[in-house]
Design a protein around this ligand. Structure first.
Ligand code: PLP
Length: 286
């Protein structure tokens, strides 16, 4: 496989970054993950817009313009001949002698792009059964709307999920409300068939998949309420699911020890998953 590292396309085995890259030492950087599906790059426009937002909030410059970044993404996908999978892009503040405050001399932001081929049949098979989630106390900082590579709470939550035989962990705030998953946004469907998901303020990542699912739901005539929901409400919900570029719409059938609905993926989640790509942006990689 080939990676892009600061202007060069390199075999993975030669792809490396400086030990004084601030991403490595301080997690001083941000990332994006986009789906590649049937040779198309999915929702590039929105992902690059969010990248620019995250960078702006951290006062890191864009490493190049959006169009040029899109070219690099495509080049990496092409060189790896990936038709289905994901492209990962990471921008850090750059390389400088270790000091917490920003470098005083101008540094170039560092850009890394990698790909991961993945057969979509794998995710589809998981979605047939649905997944279990566990709940963990929210212990992240108050700017999780910035997609930083500082993911240690998410890493520990995901590991706890794995050790509990679950695939995702939902963070729960001090008042018992679900914020989001370790790498997904969280949703429930009420007994009346209303979709509920937390408002995208600074307490969750403003998921691109979340936004597309909102459009999908509207097209399907489903009502969406943006409000917080508690773990207890989720356990009693008709359906639950999570969304992310890597999961699309993934049904949740167990929350901690509680079974959601009849323990099978719900019909609304299945519909949203099936219709999702009708509403996502898909541009051929070429
Ligand atoms: N929330 C968190 C914490 C995430 O890490 C992610 C994706 O990585 C999401 C939500 C879903 O975002 P998107 O739909 O843009 O992939």
């Amino acid at each position: 496989r080939i990676a892009y590292v600061n202007g060069r396309y390199l075999p993975m085995t030669d792809a490396s970054v400086n030990v004084e890259d601030r991403g490595y030492q301080f997690a001083d950087g941000v990332y994006e993950v986009c789906e590649i599906r049937k040779g198309d790059l999915i929702d590039e426009t929105r992902h690059l817009a969010r990248l620019e937002y995250s960078l702006g909030e951290l006062r890191i410059a864009m490493p190049m313009g959006r169009a040029a970044l899109g070219m690099v993404l495509r080049q990496v996908i092409r060189r790896n001949r990936v038709r289905n999978g994901y492209v990962y892009l990471q921008v850090t503040r750059g390389v400088a002698p270790r000091d917490h405050a920003f470098p005083t001399r101008p540094v170039r932001p560092a850009l890394v792009v990698t790909v991961k081929p993945l057969d979509p049949a794998i995710g589809a098979a998981v979605a047939e059964d649905g997944i279990a989630v566990i709940t963990v106390p929210e212990n992240r900082w108050d700017r999780v709307d910035i997609k930083t590579v500082g993911l240690l709470p998410n890493v520990l939550a995901k590991q706890a999920a794995r050790e509990a035989g679950a695939r995702e962990a939902w963070f729960v705030d001090a008042d018992g409300f679900v914020t989001e998953g370790a790498s997904t946004n969280a949703w429930i469907v009420t007994g009346d068939g209303v979709l509920v998901t937390r408002p995208a303020d600074r307490g969750i990542l403003r998921g691109i998949t979340r936004a597309v699912v909102m459009e999908t739901a509207a097209a399907e005539g489903l009502r969406v309420e943006e409000r917080a929901f508690t773990v207890e409400e989720a356990k009693r919900a008709r359906e639950a699911f999570v969304t992310a570029a890597t999961q699309l719409v993934m049904p949740v059938v167990r929350i901690d020890e509680a079974t959601v609905g009849n323990g099978k993926p719900g019909s609304i989640a299945a519909t949203l998953r099936a219709r999702f790509h009708d509403h996502a942006e898909a541009v051929p990689v070429g």
